[in-house]
Design a binder for this molecule. Structure first.
Ligand code: GDP
Length: 177
């Protein structure tokens, strides 16, 4: 038996963006008989949530890191080991969009992540009147220079309903491989 290829994926974004809910949704989609946590019981990440899924013959380890300001300084401890980043944006939170963009810029300008595929998720698309991908994309692509030569996709998703979750993971797997 050959061992499965293993990759590490970071899930980053502000607190309350939906990182933990997304990880649960991904586990639910890709794990047989996994019932998942009741989304109503999920609270914001303090510290670290981990999760694993197997997809298309590879093993993905997820690290969902806390997004509060005092925890953001821990993110770069994980960069060296990461093969991909999922950056979760709360499309319903116009007030914190700029804050989210700033920490995004800081994250992608880190050398340790250069060339690492990047999936930006415009989350909470199930809610009415949220910012759509067309509105969110230009905000984050101001960092175009920093995004540089890497696979990058901005995708609409609802971690709560699961809409768009598997498409994102599949894109990521293709980008990592
Ligand atoms: P984290 O701090 O980034 O890990 O965010 P959580 O996963 O804890 O989610 C924060 C809040 O947003 C919770 O109340 C979630 O139920 C809610 N939430 C997360 N994803 C979605 C979504 O796609 N749609 C809606 N309507 N709410 C969401």
């Amino acid at each position: 038996l050959t061992q499965k290829e293993e990759y590490c994926v970071l899930i980053l974004g502000l607190d309350n963006a939906g990182k933990t809910t997304y990880l649960e949704a991904a586990k639910t989609k890709f794990t047989k008989n996994y019932k998942g946590m009741n989304p109503a019981k999920i609270t914001t990440t303090v510290g670290l949530n981990i999760g694993q899924i197997d997809v298309q013959g590879i093993h993905l380890n997820f690290w969902d890191l806390g997004g509060q300001q005092e925890l953001q300084s821990l993110w770069d401890k994980y960069y060296q080991e990461s093969h991909a980043v999922i950056y979760v944006i709360d499309s319903n939170d116009r007030e914190r969009m700029d804050e989210s963009k700033q920490i995004f810029d800081k994250m992608i300008s880190n050398e340790l992540l250069s060339g690492v595929p990047l999936l930006l998720l415009a989350n909470k698309q199930d809610l009415p009147d949220v910012m759509g991908v067309r509105e969110i994309k230009p905000v984050f692509q101001q960092a175009g220079v920093l995004i540089g030569r890497r696979d990058c996709l901005v995708m609409p998703v609802s971690a709560l309903t699961g809409e768009g979750v598997d498409e994102g993971i599949r894109w990521l797997v293709d980008a990592i491989k």
